[in-house]
Design a protein around this ligand. Structure first.
Ligand code: SF4
Length: 391
């Protein structure tokens, strides 16, 4: 159990073997979609589905299962309670395999849009929970255990109808704010990565299509995965993609199973040309010896490779690392080297969150000093990159 099954001989987790540079040439498939390419299958190669009966009976559930012929299905009473899947202890040894090979289908019963005000005006009820990628700092799947693979919610019509009603009830945005000057921004991917979800379901496509016809609002999601199939969704400016970026050395250690950062940056112009607004998340910022030099290099790279049309509309969020004591302990079981970077008690402080978890953040003074420094780096190396907010 000390060593995950998916480690390479070098002792590194499998990210390095998932998306080597040579692997990332544009995928060619018979039907022209990325989702059927070898690269896509290395991210998600579903061998087992756990599903609520109502999810299996739904049109979206049937569509997903039709794309997974021969895959074993286990019916479950609730997507929240799958003892053989959730929790961390039994999954540490097969961490990435669980994320690659397992899919959960459920029905989202509580449809609530929550106010946010930082990255987005509103957090929409997400169409998924969990992720096939395995970033070492990820808080997303904590309620099901950190090994949580993707749960797709199949009642997408209800989710879209709820969001539409919420947008219509707001009316036009009359005051610009840091989220957007004109549109109400709805985060549609709080608990997962919409780009990966789109490998197995049309939930992301349906949300992008819905916002296409909502002129007072805009969808927004952060992603660490370049899925070229999203280029065909025709968002007409009503969906903002936020590519998360961090220095390549940090990403190699922390952003397990994701698309390499240079690839994410290289995709920005294609997404803009396909009708998306393209922003960047500078996140998480991890403090370590040499962090300023490496962030300066990353910002210089952005400045060097991004075309003017991307720069002209870009904005960024800066998010300093937040970690968590429980996640720290889990990571020590499958990827302890990540904790050398993430767990630095001498410059971090703990705070108990509302749900009782012990969260770990950089001490206030350290954080503020680092944010000032990062703003200076932005002014020097990427002055066109407007900061929407820093946290
Ligand atoms: S891509 Fe996002 S949701 Fe997926 S593991 Fe990384 S941080 Fe979590």
């Amino acid at each position: 159990m000390d060593q995950p099954a998916d480690r390479t001989d070098s002792g590194e987790p499998e990210q390095q073997t998932l998306f080597e540079w040579a692997d990332t040439a544009p995928a060619q498939t018979v039907d022209g979609t990325f989702r059927h390419s070898p690269q896509a299958r290395r991210m998600l190669d579903v061998r087992e589905v756990y599903a609520e009966p109502a999810a299996l009976d739904s049109p979206r559930g049937r569509q997903i299962m039709a794309r997974l012929p021969g895959v074993r299905v286990t019916e479950v009473a609730s997507h929240w309670q799958i003892p053989s899947l959730h929790g961390n202890d039994g999954n540490i040894g097969r961490w990435a395999r669980t994320k690659t090979e397992t899919l959960v289908l459920g029905v989202k019963h509580k449809l609530v849009t929550r106010p946010n005000g930082r990255s987005a005006d509103w957090i929409a009820p997400g169409a998924s929970n969990g992720c096939a990628m395995a970033c070492a700092y990820c808080y997303v799947p904590r309620r099901k255990g950190y090994a949580n693979p993707i749960t797709l919610f199949t009642n997408i019509e209800a989710i879209v109808a709820h969001v539409r009603r919420h947008v219509h009830a707001r009316g036009p945005k009359t005051e610009p704010n840091q989220c957007d000057p004109k549109a109400w921004v709805y985060d549609i991917g709080e608990n997962g990565d919409c780009s990966v979800d789109a490998l197995v379901s049309d939930n992301t496509a349906d949300l992008v299509a819905a916002f296409r016809h909502l002129p007072t609002a805009k969808a927004s999601f952060a992603t660490k995965f370049v899925n070229p199939d999203l280029l065909a969704l025709d968002p007409r400016g009503r969906t903002r993609v936020r590519f998360s970026v961090m220095p390549a050395d940090d990403a190699r250690l922390l952003d397990i199973r994701t698309t390499p950062v240079p690839e994410r940056i290289a995709a920005a112009a294609d997404f803009l040309d396909a009708g998306y607004e393209v922003h960047f998340n500078l996140s998480p910022v991890v403090l370590r010896p040499g962090w300023e030099r490496d962030w300066a290099d990353l910002l210089t790279h952005l400045d060097d490779v991004l075309p003017t049309r991307v720069k002209d509309q870009a904005a960024a969020e800066i998010i300093m690392l937040t970690h968590n004591q429980a996640l720290h302990e889990v990571n020590l079981g499958w990827h302890p080297r990540a904790e050398d970077l993430l767990w630095q008690p001498e410059i971090q402080e703990t705070k108990r969150s509302q749900n009782g978890a012990l969260n770990v953040r950089y001490a206030l003074e350290t954080k503020q000093r680092s944010l000032v420094r990062l703003r200076h780096l932005l002014s020097a190396h990427a002055p066109w990159l407007r900061i929407r907010y820093a946290f």
